[in-house]
Design a binder for this molecule. Structure first.
Ligand code: ZN
Length: 325
């Protein structure tokens, strides 16, 4: 048994508790906010209230999924964790290319240099300036996951470089990897690439795949040992079936429910009550838990989704001699 690396330090996996696996608690400027002002989640005060309301229902840990130079702020995440008592796992890595543009430094550095930047965030501490400028100052807050993103259906040349760097950082540190699957697509290709580069499927979390309500596809993906992160539960329209719930029911029948974690991926003010939006961060623990119960996903199953599965997949891999962490 190794550990889970939170923004305030390493903890035994059993201490994580109820975990949301792909969140956006802080987005502090950067190109995403320039593109879409509703992405601005820079207010620690408001997010403290939001997280506290979910903590009152049992939330104990959350993965923040905003990687390097796209609005990540390790100090704010640490402050939020201190104020709410909720464990927060901060990421390194890079988001989809559209959040950076073609002139970004990530296109110009080598794969080895990219890996070096990820490893330093994990081992030495996240850059206070978030790799947004030429000066790097390490904080005491270390990254506990690598977030990387693929393009629709495939990995672009740029994506492949980032994925290769993530695989190198995983081999060096044992860090788990969280991927973004554009509109739910490309998961099989991402997983194959990572496995070809030495990453065990059991250290990979494939996000947003519940956008594709395809039983065979999910059976295939989760059957590899990889973990799927479902976060669409509140996005289905009132007059259509809840695809996330449908997939959960199928995967329970197919014996694959241990390969799923849940999140909200709520990257907008409009999703949070503290910003006047809905359904609020409590959703998975109130509205959606009630819906799961109604569909036969009883408390013991939810325990696996919220506690056992995240604790297993967010744990660092054991390393052969020579690793660094
Ligand atoms: Zn996200």
């Amino acid at each position: 048994m190794t550990f889970v690396r939170t923004v305030l330090g390493d903890i035994p996996p059993g201490e994580l508790g109820v975990t949301y696996a792909h969140e956006h608690l802080i987005i502090d400027g950067g190109r995403p906010v320039l593109m879409e002002p509703d992405f601005d989640l820079s207010d620690v005060e408001r997010m403290t209230a939001e997280v506290a309301s979910a903590a009152a229902l049992g939330l104990s840990a959350a993965v923040d999924a905003m990687p390097c130079d796209a609005g990540r702020n390790a100090a704010k995440l640490a402050e939020l964790s201190r104020r709410t008592g909720v464990h927060i796992i901060a990421p390194t890595g890079l988001h989809h290319d559209r959040y950076y543009g073609s002139a970004h430094w990530s296109h110009r550095v080598s794969v080895a240099e990219l890996a070096g930047l990820f490893i330093a965030d994990i081992v030495d501490g996240i850059d206070a300036y978030d790799y947004a400028g030429p000066v790097v100052r390490r904080t005491a807050h270390r990254a506990g996951i690598i977030k990387i993103a693929g393009s629709a259906d495939r990995l672009s040349t740029r994506d492949a470089r980032v994925f290769e760097a993530a695989a190198i950082a995983h081999a060096r540190t044992g860090v788990p990897i969280l991927t973004h699957c554009e509109r739910g697509t490309g998961a099989a290709e991402q997983l194959r690439f990572l496995m070809d580069h030495g990453v065990g499927a059991d250290h990979v979390i494939l996000s947003h795949i519940d956008k594709l309500v395809d039983r065979g596809l999910h059976r295939e993906l989760l059957g590899t040992g990889a973990v799927g992160e479902y976060d669409g539960s509140f996005r289905w329209k009132a007059d259509e079936p809840n695809g996330t719930l449908q997939l959960l029911t199928w995967m329970l029948e197919d014996g694959l429910v241990d390969q799923i974690v849940l999140g909200m991926d709520a990257a907008r003010q409009g999703y949070y009550r503290a910003y006047g939006g809905r359904p609020g961060l409590t959703w998975l623990l109130d509205g959606f838990s009630a819906a799961m119960e109604e569909h036969g996903l009883e408390a013991a199953v939810r325990h696996r989704l919220f506690l056992d599965n995240p604790a297993r997949v967010l744990m660092f891999a054991s390393l052969p001699q020579g690793g660094a962490r």
